[in-house]
Ligand binder design. Structure first.
Ligand SMILES: CC(C)(COP(=O)(O)OP(=O)(O)OC[C@H]1O[C@@H](n2cnc3c(N)ncnc32)[C@H](O)[C@@H]1OP(=O)(O)O)[C@@H](O)C(=O)NCCC(=O)NCCS
Length: 195
Protein backbone atom coordinates (compact mmCIF):
# COMPACT_ATOMS: atom_id res chain seq x y z
CA UNK A 1 0.00 0.00 0.00
CA UNK A 2 1.30 3.46 -0.88
CA UNK A 3 0.72 5.62 2.22
CA UNK A 4 1.89 8.95 0.95
CA UNK A 5 3.95 10.21 -1.92
CA UNK A 6 7.25 9.10 -0.43
CA UNK A 7 6.26 6.31 1.93
CA UNK A 8 5.50 2.70 1.07
CA UNK A 9 4.15 0.17 3.52
CA UNK A 10 4.82 -3.57 3.40
CA UNK A 11 3.90 -6.36 5.77
CA UNK A 12 6.77 -5.92 8.24
CA UNK A 13 8.52 -2.79 7.01
CA UNK A 14 7.88 0.72 5.77
CA UNK A 15 10.10 2.54 3.28
CA UNK A 16 10.32 6.24 3.94
CA UNK A 17 12.42 9.27 3.11
CA UNK A 18 15.51 9.56 5.32
CA UNK A 19 15.59 12.21 8.05
CA UNK A 20 18.71 13.77 9.62
CA UNK A 21 17.72 12.02 12.88
CA UNK A 22 18.12 8.61 11.15
CA UNK A 23 21.90 9.05 10.98
CA UNK A 24 22.46 7.35 14.34
CA UNK A 25 20.47 4.22 13.35
CA UNK A 26 22.38 4.09 10.06
CA UNK A 27 25.68 4.42 11.89
CA UNK A 28 24.78 1.70 14.43
CA UNK A 29 23.88 -0.73 11.64
CA UNK A 30 26.80 0.04 9.31
CA UNK A 31 29.68 0.01 11.78
CA UNK A 32 30.01 -3.80 11.56
CA UNK A 33 32.79 -4.83 9.20
CA UNK A 34 30.68 -7.66 7.70
CA UNK A 35 28.47 -4.95 6.19
CA UNK A 36 31.18 -3.83 3.80
CA UNK A 37 32.56 -7.26 2.91
CA UNK A 38 31.04 -7.24 -0.60
CA UNK A 39 30.09 -3.60 -1.12
CA UNK A 40 31.80 -0.88 -3.12
CA UNK A 41 30.61 2.47 -1.84
CA UNK A 42 30.34 2.22 1.96
CA UNK A 43 33.41 3.75 3.68
CA UNK A 44 35.37 1.78 6.26
CA UNK A 45 35.82 2.40 9.16
CA UNK A 46 32.31 3.83 9.20
CA UNK A 47 31.89 6.98 11.26
CA UNK A 48 28.85 8.86 12.49
CA UNK A 49 29.72 11.72 10.16
CA UNK A 50 29.63 9.32 7.17
CA UNK A 51 26.03 8.55 8.08
CA UNK A 52 25.18 12.24 8.43
CA UNK A 53 26.76 12.99 5.05
CA UNK A 54 24.89 10.09 3.45
CA UNK A 55 21.52 11.34 4.73
CA UNK A 56 22.27 14.91 3.65
CA UNK A 57 23.22 13.79 0.13
CA UNK A 58 20.26 11.41 -0.10
CA UNK A 59 17.82 14.20 0.73
CA UNK A 60 19.49 16.54 -1.78
CA UNK A 61 19.41 13.91 -4.55
CA UNK A 62 15.76 13.19 -3.91
CA UNK A 63 14.95 16.87 -4.22
CA UNK A 64 16.83 16.99 -7.53
CA UNK A 65 15.24 13.71 -8.66
CA UNK A 66 18.69 12.23 -9.34
CA UNK A 67 18.47 9.49 -6.69
CA UNK A 68 15.97 7.95 -4.28
CA UNK A 69 17.21 6.53 -0.97
CA UNK A 70 14.65 5.22 1.50
CA UNK A 71 15.12 4.10 5.06
CA UNK A 72 13.88 0.54 5.71
CA UNK A 73 11.90 0.99 8.91
CA UNK A 74 11.01 -2.08 10.95
CA UNK A 75 7.35 -1.60 11.92
CA UNK A 76 7.88 -3.49 15.17
CA UNK A 77 10.34 -0.89 16.48
CA UNK A 78 9.96 2.14 14.23
CA UNK A 79 13.75 2.19 13.71
CA UNK A 80 15.70 2.42 10.46
CA UNK A 81 17.39 -0.97 10.00
CA UNK A 82 18.66 -0.53 6.45
CA UNK A 83 18.52 1.43 3.23
CA UNK A 84 17.26 0.68 -0.25
CA UNK A 85 18.04 3.13 -3.01
CA UNK A 86 17.89 3.94 -6.69
CA UNK A 87 21.00 5.68 -7.97
CA UNK A 88 22.24 6.76 -11.41
CA UNK A 89 18.67 7.63 -12.38
CA UNK A 90 18.76 8.09 -16.14
CA UNK A 91 15.59 9.94 -17.13
CA UNK A 92 16.36 9.84 -20.85
CA UNK A 93 16.57 6.07 -20.93
CA UNK A 94 14.27 5.58 -17.96
CA UNK A 95 16.48 3.30 -15.93
CA UNK A 96 18.23 3.31 -12.56
CA UNK A 97 20.52 1.19 -10.43
CA UNK A 98 19.13 -0.50 -7.32
CA UNK A 99 21.19 -0.83 -4.13
CA UNK A 100 20.46 -2.02 -0.59
CA UNK A 101 21.86 -3.04 2.77
CA UNK A 102 20.29 -4.28 5.99
CA UNK A 103 21.70 -4.37 9.55
CA UNK A 104 23.33 -7.74 10.27
CA UNK A 105 21.03 -8.77 13.10
CA UNK A 106 18.05 -8.61 10.71
CA UNK A 107 19.54 -10.81 7.96
CA UNK A 108 17.86 -13.96 6.71
CA UNK A 109 14.27 -12.95 7.44
CA UNK A 110 13.33 -11.89 3.92
CA UNK A 111 13.19 -8.22 4.94
CA UNK A 112 15.47 -6.97 2.15
CA UNK A 113 13.46 -8.90 -0.41
CA UNK A 114 10.34 -7.20 0.96
CA UNK A 115 12.06 -3.81 0.68
CA UNK A 116 13.22 -4.49 -2.87
CA UNK A 117 9.70 -5.42 -3.95
CA UNK A 118 8.36 -2.15 -2.51
CA UNK A 119 11.14 -0.27 -4.28
CA UNK A 120 10.23 -1.95 -7.58
CA UNK A 121 6.67 -0.76 -7.15
CA UNK A 122 7.99 2.75 -6.62
CA UNK A 123 10.37 2.54 -9.59
CA UNK A 124 7.88 1.16 -12.09
CA UNK A 125 4.58 2.60 -10.88
CA UNK A 126 5.62 5.99 -9.51
CA UNK A 127 8.72 6.86 -11.50
CA UNK A 128 7.50 4.92 -14.57
CA UNK A 129 10.97 3.56 -15.27
CA UNK A 130 11.55 1.11 -18.10
CA UNK A 131 14.31 -0.92 -16.47
CA UNK A 132 15.95 -1.37 -13.05
CA UNK A 133 19.35 -3.03 -12.72
CA UNK A 134 21.67 -4.09 -9.92
CA UNK A 135 25.35 -4.98 -9.87
CA UNK A 136 27.15 -7.08 -7.27
CA UNK A 137 30.25 -9.07 -6.45
CA UNK A 138 29.82 -12.63 -7.69
CA UNK A 139 30.68 -13.77 -4.15
CA UNK A 140 27.69 -11.93 -2.62
CA UNK A 141 25.35 -14.93 -2.47
CA UNK A 142 22.78 -13.29 -0.17
CA UNK A 143 22.44 -10.28 -2.48
CA UNK A 144 22.09 -12.53 -5.52
CA UNK A 145 19.30 -14.47 -3.74
CA UNK A 146 17.47 -11.23 -2.95
CA UNK A 147 17.46 -10.29 -6.64
CA UNK A 148 16.43 -13.76 -7.77
CA UNK A 149 13.61 -13.91 -5.22
CA UNK A 150 12.33 -10.53 -6.40
CA UNK A 151 12.34 -11.78 -10.02
CA UNK A 152 15.43 -10.12 -11.51
CA UNK A 153 17.20 -11.80 -14.42
CA UNK A 154 20.92 -12.28 -14.75
CA UNK A 155 22.20 -10.13 -17.62
CA UNK A 156 25.80 -11.18 -17.52
CA UNK A 157 29.16 -11.40 -15.86
CA UNK A 158 31.60 -8.50 -16.07
CA UNK A 159 34.79 -10.47 -15.75
CA UNK A 160 37.31 -9.28 -13.14
CA UNK A 161 36.09 -5.71 -13.21
CA UNK A 162 36.25 -5.11 -9.43
CA UNK A 163 39.42 -4.97 -7.35
CA UNK A 164 39.13 -5.73 -3.64
CA UNK A 165 41.30 -7.50 -1.04
CA UNK A 166 44.24 -7.36 -3.43
CA UNK A 167 42.56 -9.38 -6.15
CA UNK A 168 40.15 -9.18 -9.05
CA UNK A 169 36.52 -10.22 -8.76
CA UNK A 170 33.74 -10.81 -11.24
CA UNK A 171 30.74 -8.48 -11.16
CA UNK A 172 27.24 -9.78 -11.91
CA UNK A 173 24.58 -7.59 -13.40
CA UNK A 174 20.89 -8.35 -12.91
CA UNK A 175 17.92 -6.42 -14.24
CA UNK A 176 14.17 -6.26 -14.48
CA UNK A 177 12.22 -4.74 -17.35
CA UNK A 178 8.94 -2.93 -16.91
CA UNK A 179 7.17 -5.68 -18.91
CA UNK A 180 8.62 -8.33 -16.57
CA UNK A 181 7.53 -6.36 -13.52
CA UNK A 182 3.99 -6.17 -14.89
CA UNK A 183 3.97 -9.87 -15.61
CA UNK A 184 5.38 -10.85 -12.22
CA UNK A 185 3.45 -8.42 -10.09
CA UNK A 186 0.25 -8.14 -12.09
CA UNK A 187 -1.75 -9.96 -9.40
CA UNK A 188 -0.77 -7.26 -6.93
CA UNK A 189 -1.58 -4.59 -9.49
CA UNK A 190 -5.00 -5.93 -10.44
CA UNK A 191 -6.07 -6.60 -6.83
CA UNK A 192 -5.15 -3.02 -5.96
CA UNK A 193 -7.17 -1.73 -8.87
CA UNK A 194 -10.26 -3.56 -7.57
CA UNK A 195 -9.88 -2.03 -4.08
C1 LIG B 1 22.58 -8.71 0.98
C2 LIG B 1 21.65 -8.39 2.14
C3 LIG B 1 21.01 -7.05 1.90
C4 LIG B 1 20.58 -9.48 2.23
O1 LIG B 1 19.65 -9.12 3.24
P1 LIG B 1 18.60 -10.15 3.87
O2 LIG B 1 17.52 -9.35 4.50
O3 LIG B 1 19.30 -11.14 4.69
O4 LIG B 1 18.01 -10.84 2.56
P2 LIG B 1 16.79 -11.86 2.49
O5 LIG B 1 16.55 -12.49 3.84
O6 LIG B 1 15.67 -11.17 1.83
O7 LIG B 1 17.38 -12.96 1.49
C5 LIG B 1 18.68 -13.48 1.65
C6 LIG B 1 18.75 -14.85 0.99
O8 LIG B 1 20.11 -15.24 0.83
C7 LIG B 1 20.29 -16.52 1.41
N1 LIG B 1 21.70 -16.59 1.84
C8 LIG B 1 22.36 -15.74 2.66
N2 LIG B 1 23.64 -16.14 2.78
C9 LIG B 1 23.77 -17.25 2.01
C10 LIG B 1 24.85 -18.11 1.71
N3 LIG B 1 26.07 -17.91 2.22
N4 LIG B 1 24.64 -19.16 0.88
C11 LIG B 1 23.41 -19.37 0.34
N5 LIG B 1 22.35 -18.56 0.58
C12 LIG B 1 22.54 -17.53 1.41
C13 LIG B 1 19.28 -16.57 2.52
O9 LIG B 1 19.05 -17.90 2.93
C14 LIG B 1 18.09 -15.95 1.80
O10 LIG B 1 17.54 -16.82 0.85
P3 LIG B 1 16.23 -17.71 1.12
O11 LIG B 1 15.13 -16.76 1.51
O12 LIG B 1 16.00 -18.39 -0.16
O13 LIG B 1 16.57 -18.63 2.26
C15 LIG B 1 22.43 -8.35 3.49
O14 LIG B 1 23.14 -9.54 3.62
C16 LIG B 1 23.39 -7.17 3.58
O15 LIG B 1 23.02 -6.08 3.95
N6 LIG B 1 24.69 -7.40 3.27
C17 LIG B 1 25.71 -6.35 3.37
C18 LIG B 1 25.50 -5.25 2.33
C19 LIG B 1 25.41 -5.81 0.91
O16 LIG B 1 26.12 -6.74 0.55
N7 LIG B 1 24.51 -5.20 0.13
C20 LIG B 1 24.31 -5.60 -1.26
C21 LIG B 1 25.36 -5.06 -2.14
S1 LIG B 1 25.11 -5.61 -3.82
Amino acid sequence: MVRSKLEMEGERIVLRKLMPSDASDIYENLRDKDMVKWTLNIPWPYRKRDAMKFVRKARYKMKKRSGYAFGIVLKETGRVIGVVDLIRVDWKNKNAELGYWLGKKYWGRGLTTEAVKLMLKFAFERLKLHMVYATLFEENIASRRVLEKAGFKLEGVMRECRFKYGKWHNELRFSMLRSEYKQLYKKALSSRRKN
